[in-house]
Design a binder for this molecule. Sequence first.
Ligand code: PHE
Length: 357
Amino acid sequence: MDDVRERYLSAIASAENESALEEIRLKAIGKKGEISLKMRELGKMTHDERKKTGPELNALKDEINRALSARKAALEDEALNERLRTEWFDVTMPARHRRQGTIHPVSQVTEEVTAIFADMGFSVAEGPQIESDWHNFDALNIPGHHPARAEMDTFYIHRDCADNRPPDVLRTHTSPVQIRSMQSHGAPVRLIAPGRVYRADYDQTHTPMFHQVEGLAIDADISMANLKWCLEEFVKAFFEVDGVELRFRASHFPFTEPSAEVDIRCSWKGGTLKVGEGDDWLEILGSGMVHPKVLQAGSIDPEKWQGFAFGMGIDRIAMLKYGIPDLRSFFDSDLRWLRHYGFASLDVPTLHGGISR
Ligand code: PHE
Protein backbone atom coordinates (compact mmCIF):
# COMPACT_ATOMS: atom_id res chain seq x y z
CA MET A 1 0.00 0.00 0.00
CA ASP A 2 2.86 2.39 0.83
CA ASP A 3 4.29 1.68 -2.57
CA VAL A 4 1.09 2.55 -4.35
CA ARG A 5 0.79 5.70 -2.28
CA GLU A 6 4.33 6.85 -3.08
CA ARG A 7 3.91 6.19 -6.77
CA TYR A 8 0.74 8.23 -7.16
CA LEU A 9 1.75 11.09 -4.91
CA SER A 10 5.03 11.59 -6.74
CA ALA A 11 3.28 11.30 -10.12
CA ILE A 12 0.83 14.00 -8.99
CA ALA A 13 3.62 16.24 -7.71
CA SER A 14 5.39 16.13 -11.04
CA ALA A 15 2.30 16.39 -13.30
CA GLU A 16 2.83 19.26 -15.72
CA ASN A 17 -0.75 20.11 -16.57
CA GLU A 18 -4.40 19.38 -15.97
CA SER A 19 -4.72 16.61 -18.51
CA ALA A 20 -1.77 14.74 -16.94
CA LEU A 21 -3.51 15.09 -13.56
CA GLU A 22 -6.74 13.70 -15.00
CA GLU A 23 -4.86 10.70 -16.40
CA ILE A 24 -3.40 9.97 -12.97
CA ARG A 25 -6.81 10.33 -11.36
CA LEU A 26 -8.32 7.77 -13.75
CA LYS A 27 -5.46 5.34 -13.22
CA ALA A 28 -5.73 5.56 -9.43
CA ILE A 29 -9.34 6.16 -8.47
CA GLY A 30 -11.28 6.09 -11.74
CA LYS A 31 -13.86 3.28 -12.16
CA LYS A 32 -11.19 0.88 -13.32
CA GLY A 33 -8.37 2.53 -11.40
CA GLU A 34 -5.92 0.61 -9.30
CA ILE A 35 -7.37 1.63 -5.95
CA SER A 36 -10.96 1.17 -7.08
CA LEU A 37 -10.14 -2.38 -8.18
CA LYS A 38 -8.50 -3.06 -4.82
CA MET A 39 -11.66 -1.82 -3.10
CA ARG A 40 -13.71 -4.29 -5.08
CA GLU A 41 -11.58 -7.12 -3.71
CA LEU A 42 -12.58 -6.22 -0.14
CA GLY A 43 -15.61 -8.55 -0.58
CA LYS A 44 -13.40 -11.58 -0.92
CA MET A 45 -11.46 -10.85 2.24
CA THR A 46 -11.99 -12.21 5.66
CA HIS A 47 -13.79 -10.00 8.14
CA ASP A 48 -10.57 -9.05 9.95
CA GLU A 49 -8.63 -8.34 6.77
CA ARG A 50 -11.44 -6.15 5.48
CA LYS A 51 -11.65 -4.25 8.77
CA LYS A 52 -7.99 -3.28 8.37
CA THR A 53 -7.69 -2.79 4.60
CA GLY A 54 -11.02 -0.98 4.03
CA PRO A 55 -10.19 2.18 6.03
CA GLU A 56 -6.66 2.20 4.65
CA LEU A 57 -7.91 2.21 1.08
CA ASN A 58 -10.45 4.94 1.86
CA ALA A 59 -7.80 7.05 3.53
CA LEU A 60 -5.51 6.57 0.53
CA LYS A 61 -8.27 7.55 -1.87
CA ASP A 62 -8.92 10.74 0.15
CA GLU A 63 -5.23 11.55 0.26
CA ILE A 64 -4.92 11.17 -3.51
CA ASN A 65 -7.98 13.38 -4.04
CA ARG A 66 -6.49 16.07 -1.83
CA ALA A 67 -3.15 15.85 -3.61
CA LEU A 68 -4.91 16.13 -6.96
CA SER A 69 -6.77 19.32 -6.06
CA ALA A 70 -3.73 20.84 -4.35
CA ARG A 71 -1.64 20.22 -7.47
CA LYS A 72 -4.45 21.58 -9.66
CA ALA A 73 -4.57 24.79 -7.63
CA ALA A 74 -0.77 25.08 -7.81
CA LEU A 75 -0.85 24.68 -11.59
CA GLU A 76 -3.51 27.41 -11.88
CA ASP A 77 -1.41 29.75 -9.75
CA GLU A 78 1.59 29.09 -11.92
CA ALA A 79 -0.45 29.79 -15.05
CA LEU A 80 -1.72 33.07 -13.59
CA ASN A 81 1.78 34.13 -12.52
CA GLU A 82 3.03 33.35 -15.98
CA ARG A 83 0.29 35.57 -17.51
CA LEU A 84 1.06 38.35 -15.06
CA ARG A 85 4.69 38.11 -16.09
CA THR A 86 4.09 38.16 -19.83
CA GLU A 87 0.78 39.99 -20.37
CA TRP A 88 1.12 43.67 -19.36
CA PHE A 89 0.82 47.09 -20.87
CA ASP A 90 2.67 50.32 -20.41
CA VAL A 91 0.29 52.84 -18.85
CA THR A 92 2.86 55.58 -19.40
CA MET A 93 2.59 55.27 -23.19
CA PRO A 94 0.96 58.26 -24.94
CA ALA A 95 -2.78 57.78 -25.51
CA ARG A 96 -4.20 57.18 -28.96
CA HIS A 97 -5.00 60.51 -30.65
CA ARG A 98 -8.65 61.52 -30.68
CA ARG A 99 -10.05 64.50 -32.54
CA GLN A 100 -11.54 67.15 -30.29
CA GLY A 101 -14.13 69.74 -31.18
CA THR A 102 -13.14 73.40 -31.45
CA ILE A 103 -14.65 76.65 -30.29
CA HIS A 104 -16.22 78.57 -33.19
CA PRO A 105 -14.61 81.99 -33.79
CA VAL A 106 -17.98 83.69 -33.15
CA SER A 107 -18.20 82.06 -29.71
CA GLN A 108 -14.57 82.87 -29.02
CA VAL A 109 -14.92 86.53 -30.00
CA THR A 110 -18.19 86.86 -28.06
CA GLU A 111 -16.32 85.63 -24.99
CA GLU A 112 -13.49 88.07 -25.59
CA VAL A 113 -15.83 91.03 -26.08
CA THR A 114 -17.81 90.08 -22.97
CA ALA A 115 -14.65 89.79 -20.87
CA ILE A 116 -13.36 93.19 -21.97
CA PHE A 117 -16.63 95.03 -21.34
CA ALA A 118 -17.22 93.15 -18.09
CA ASP A 119 -13.95 94.64 -16.87
CA MET A 120 -15.42 98.08 -17.56
CA GLY A 121 -18.51 97.27 -15.50
CA PHE A 122 -20.89 96.19 -18.26
CA SER A 123 -23.21 93.26 -17.56
CA VAL A 124 -24.66 90.98 -20.23
CA ALA A 125 -28.30 91.15 -21.38
CA GLU A 126 -30.22 89.05 -23.86
CA GLY A 127 -33.45 89.40 -25.81
CA PRO A 128 -35.60 87.24 -28.09
CA GLN A 129 -34.60 86.63 -31.70
CA ILE A 130 -38.25 86.70 -32.77
CA GLU A 131 -39.13 90.25 -31.81
CA SER A 132 -42.23 92.43 -31.95
CA ASP A 133 -42.04 95.10 -34.62
CA TRP A 134 -42.62 97.62 -31.83
CA HIS A 135 -39.39 96.64 -30.03
CA ASN A 136 -37.40 96.24 -33.25
CA PHE A 137 -38.63 99.49 -34.90
CA ASP A 138 -41.21 101.80 -33.29
CA ALA A 139 -39.62 101.96 -29.84
CA LEU A 140 -36.33 102.78 -31.54
CA ASN A 141 -37.89 105.78 -33.26
CA ILE A 142 -38.28 104.00 -36.59
CA PRO A 143 -41.97 104.63 -37.48
CA GLY A 144 -43.88 102.55 -40.02
CA HIS A 145 -43.09 104.70 -43.04
CA HIS A 146 -39.38 105.06 -42.20
CA PRO A 147 -37.03 103.95 -44.99
CA ALA A 148 -34.84 102.12 -42.44
CA ARG A 149 -37.51 99.42 -42.28
CA ALA A 150 -37.11 98.66 -45.95
CA GLU A 151 -33.34 99.11 -45.84
CA MET A 152 -32.97 96.44 -43.23
CA ASP A 153 -34.38 93.67 -45.46
CA THR A 154 -36.51 92.40 -42.62
CA PHE A 155 -37.75 88.81 -42.30
CA TYR A 156 -41.40 88.87 -41.17
CA ILE A 157 -43.12 86.10 -39.24
CA HIS A 158 -46.38 84.85 -40.78
CA ARG A 159 -49.71 85.81 -39.22
CA ASP A 160 -53.15 84.33 -39.93
CA CYS A 161 -55.27 86.35 -42.40
CA ALA A 162 -57.77 87.23 -39.68
CA ASP A 163 -55.02 88.52 -37.39
CA ASN A 164 -54.59 92.23 -37.93
CA ARG A 165 -51.73 92.82 -35.54
CA PRO A 166 -48.46 93.80 -37.23
CA PRO A 167 -46.30 90.73 -37.85
CA ASP A 168 -43.40 89.88 -35.54
CA VAL A 169 -39.96 90.04 -37.11
CA LEU A 170 -36.64 88.25 -36.86
CA ARG A 171 -34.78 91.05 -35.10
CA THR A 172 -32.69 93.01 -37.59
CA HIS A 173 -30.32 94.28 -34.90
CA THR A 174 -29.63 93.88 -31.17
CA SER A 175 -30.96 97.39 -30.44
CA PRO A 176 -34.40 96.11 -29.26
CA VAL A 177 -32.53 94.68 -26.25
CA GLN A 178 -31.88 98.34 -25.29
CA ILE A 179 -35.64 98.84 -24.91
CA ARG A 180 -36.24 95.60 -23.02
CA SER A 181 -33.37 96.27 -20.61
CA MET A 182 -34.44 99.87 -19.95
CA GLN A 183 -37.95 98.64 -19.22
CA SER A 184 -36.83 95.92 -16.84
CA HIS A 185 -33.89 97.63 -15.10
CA GLY A 186 -34.53 101.35 -15.44
CA ALA A 187 -31.60 103.76 -15.05
CA PRO A 188 -28.71 103.86 -14.41
CA VAL A 189 -27.70 100.91 -16.56
CA ARG A 190 -24.56 99.63 -18.22
CA LEU A 191 -24.83 96.54 -20.38
CA ILE A 192 -23.86 94.74 -23.54
CA ALA A 193 -26.16 92.43 -25.49
CA PRO A 194 -24.51 89.97 -27.86
CA GLY A 195 -26.65 87.78 -30.10
CA ARG A 196 -27.96 86.69 -33.46
CA VAL A 197 -29.65 89.09 -35.87
CA TYR A 198 -31.24 88.54 -39.29
CA ARG A 199 -31.40 90.38 -42.59
CA ALA A 200 -32.22 89.09 -46.08
CA ASP A 201 -28.78 89.65 -47.57
CA TYR A 202 -26.09 87.32 -48.91
CA ASP A 203 -22.60 87.98 -50.27
CA GLN A 204 -18.96 87.80 -49.17
CA THR A 205 -19.54 90.14 -46.23
CA HIS A 206 -23.24 89.50 -45.56
CA THR A 207 -25.15 86.44 -44.37
CA PRO A 208 -28.89 86.29 -43.57
CA MET A 209 -28.00 85.50 -39.95
CA PHE A 210 -25.10 87.24 -38.27
CA HIS A 211 -24.06 88.47 -34.83
CA GLN A 212 -24.02 91.85 -33.20
CA VAL A 213 -23.14 93.14 -29.78
CA GLU A 214 -25.13 96.07 -28.50
CA GLY A 215 -23.75 98.42 -25.86
CA LEU A 216 -25.83 100.68 -23.64
CA ALA A 217 -24.74 103.00 -20.83
CA ILE A 218 -27.21 105.34 -19.17
CA ASP A 219 -26.57 107.60 -16.22
CA ALA A 220 -27.09 111.20 -15.12
CA ASP A 221 -24.17 112.70 -17.01
CA ILE A 222 -22.87 110.24 -19.60
CA SER A 223 -21.49 111.92 -22.72
CA MET A 224 -19.93 111.20 -26.12
CA ALA A 225 -16.54 111.47 -24.37
CA ASN A 226 -17.39 108.39 -22.28
CA LEU A 227 -18.45 106.55 -25.42
CA LYS A 228 -15.17 107.41 -27.08
CA TRP A 229 -13.10 106.28 -24.11
CA CYS A 230 -14.96 102.97 -23.77
CA LEU A 231 -14.61 102.16 -27.45
CA GLU A 232 -10.92 103.07 -27.48
CA GLU A 233 -10.28 100.88 -24.44
CA PHE A 234 -12.20 98.09 -26.10
CA VAL A 235 -10.36 98.28 -29.42
CA LYS A 236 -6.96 98.40 -27.70
CA ALA A 237 -7.76 95.32 -25.64
CA PHE A 238 -9.48 93.41 -28.41
CA PHE A 239 -6.96 93.97 -31.20
CA GLU A 240 -4.03 93.97 -28.76
CA VAL A 241 -2.57 97.25 -30.01
CA ASP A 242 -1.80 100.28 -27.87
CA GLY A 243 -1.58 103.10 -30.37
CA VAL A 244 -4.94 102.55 -31.95
CA GLU A 245 -6.67 105.45 -33.65
CA LEU A 246 -10.43 105.69 -34.00
CA ARG A 247 -12.30 108.05 -36.30
CA PHE A 248 -15.79 109.17 -35.33
CA ARG A 249 -17.72 110.03 -38.48
CA ALA A 250 -21.01 111.90 -38.22
CA SER A 251 -23.81 109.62 -39.33
CA HIS A 252 -27.50 109.02 -38.85
CA PHE A 253 -29.47 106.45 -36.89
CA PRO A 254 -33.10 107.11 -35.89
CA PHE A 255 -32.39 105.90 -32.33
CA THR A 256 -29.33 108.06 -31.56
CA GLU A 257 -28.75 111.80 -31.71
CA PRO A 258 -26.05 112.72 -32.46
CA SER A 259 -24.90 109.57 -34.24
CA ALA A 260 -21.46 108.47 -35.27
CA GLU A 261 -20.00 105.62 -37.23
CA VAL A 262 -16.63 104.55 -35.95
CA ASP A 263 -13.70 103.63 -38.17
CA ILE A 264 -10.40 102.15 -37.08
CA ARG A 265 -7.02 103.03 -38.62
CA CYS A 266 -5.51 100.11 -40.48
CA SER A 267 -3.30 99.07 -43.35
CA TRP A 268 -3.76 96.41 -46.02
CA LYS A 269 -0.04 96.06 -46.89
CA GLY A 270 0.66 92.80 -48.70
CA GLY A 271 -2.98 91.78 -48.56
CA THR A 272 -2.97 91.33 -44.78
CA LEU A 273 -4.80 93.63 -42.47
CA LYS A 274 -2.89 95.44 -39.72
CA VAL A 275 -4.92 97.33 -37.17
CA GLY A 276 -3.47 100.56 -35.75
CA GLU A 277 -1.19 101.65 -38.61
CA GLY A 278 -1.40 102.71 -42.26
CA ASP A 279 -3.65 105.07 -44.19
CA ASP A 280 -6.86 103.06 -44.49
CA TRP A 281 -9.98 103.28 -42.33
CA LEU A 282 -12.30 100.41 -41.61
CA GLU A 283 -15.81 100.84 -40.27
CA ILE A 284 -16.48 98.67 -37.24
CA LEU A 285 -19.59 100.00 -35.54
CA GLY A 286 -22.48 102.44 -35.29
CA SER A 287 -23.06 104.52 -32.18
CA GLY A 288 -24.44 107.69 -30.67
CA MET A 289 -26.27 109.31 -27.76
CA VAL A 290 -29.55 107.53 -27.06
CA HIS A 291 -32.46 109.52 -28.57
CA PRO A 292 -34.86 110.99 -25.97
CA LYS A 293 -37.78 109.22 -27.66
CA VAL A 294 -35.97 105.89 -27.19
CA LEU A 295 -35.44 106.61 -23.47
CA GLN A 296 -39.15 107.40 -23.24
CA ALA A 297 -40.10 104.15 -24.98
CA GLY A 298 -37.95 102.41 -22.36
CA SER A 299 -39.82 104.30 -19.58
CA ILE A 300 -36.75 106.33 -18.64
CA ASP A 301 -37.12 110.08 -18.07
CA PRO A 302 -34.98 111.88 -20.69
CA GLU A 303 -34.95 115.00 -18.48
CA LYS A 304 -33.01 113.08 -15.81
CA TRP A 305 -31.00 110.54 -17.74
CA GLN A 306 -28.88 110.30 -20.82
CA GLY A 307 -26.49 107.80 -22.30
CA PHE A 308 -24.74 106.25 -25.24
CA ALA A 309 -25.38 103.16 -27.33
CA PHE A 310 -23.41 101.31 -29.93
CA GLY A 311 -23.88 98.29 -32.17
CA MET A 312 -20.95 96.28 -33.48
CA GLY A 313 -20.75 93.28 -35.84
CA ILE A 314 -19.20 90.35 -33.97
CA ASP A 315 -18.51 88.31 -37.11
CA ARG A 316 -16.99 91.40 -38.69
CA ILE A 317 -14.46 91.99 -35.90
CA ALA A 318 -13.74 88.24 -35.79
CA MET A 319 -12.85 88.36 -39.50
CA LEU A 320 -10.58 91.34 -38.82
CA LYS A 321 -8.81 89.94 -35.79
CA TYR A 322 -8.28 86.41 -37.09
CA GLY A 323 -7.89 87.14 -40.80
CA ILE A 324 -10.92 85.22 -42.03
CA PRO A 325 -11.70 86.39 -45.57
CA ASP A 326 -15.28 85.22 -46.22
CA LEU A 327 -18.19 85.66 -43.81
CA ARG A 328 -20.26 82.94 -45.47
CA SER A 329 -17.69 80.30 -44.47
CA PHE A 330 -18.54 80.99 -40.80
CA PHE A 331 -21.83 79.17 -41.19
CA ASP A 332 -20.97 76.39 -43.68
CA SER A 333 -20.21 73.84 -40.92
CA ASP A 334 -17.17 72.71 -42.94
CA LEU A 335 -15.06 70.65 -40.53
CA ARG A 336 -11.80 71.62 -42.26
CA TRP A 337 -12.66 75.30 -41.77
CA LEU A 338 -13.67 74.74 -38.15
CA ARG A 339 -10.42 72.91 -37.40
CA HIS A 340 -8.40 75.66 -39.03
CA TYR A 341 -10.10 78.69 -37.51
CA GLY A 342 -11.56 77.09 -34.37
CA PHE A 343 -10.04 77.49 -30.91
CA ALA A 344 -9.04 74.85 -28.41
CA SER A 345 -11.44 74.66 -25.51
CA LEU A 346 -8.73 75.51 -22.98
CA ASP A 347 -7.73 78.74 -24.71
CA VAL A 348 -9.55 80.86 -22.19
CA PRO A 349 -9.86 84.41 -23.50
CA THR A 350 -7.90 86.81 -21.36
CA LEU A 351 -9.01 90.36 -20.63
CA HIS A 352 -6.77 91.49 -23.42
CA GLY A 353 -8.07 88.89 -25.82
CA GLY A 354 -4.57 87.41 -25.88
CA ILE A 355 -5.06 83.93 -27.26
CA SER A 356 -2.45 81.32 -27.96
CA ARG A 357 -3.87 79.09 -30.63
N1 PHE B 1 -28.50 99.04 -34.64
C1 PHE B 1 -27.54 99.63 -35.54
C2 PHE B 1 -27.30 98.70 -36.72
O1 PHE B 1 -27.68 97.58 -36.67
C3 PHE B 1 -26.22 99.91 -34.86
C4 PHE B 1 -26.35 100.94 -33.77
C5 PHE B 1 -26.62 100.53 -32.47
C6 PHE B 1 -26.16 102.27 -34.03
C7 PHE B 1 -26.71 101.47 -31.46
C8 PHE B 1 -26.25 103.22 -33.03
C9 PHE B 1 -26.52 102.81 -31.74
O2 PHE B 1 -26.71 99.09 -37.71
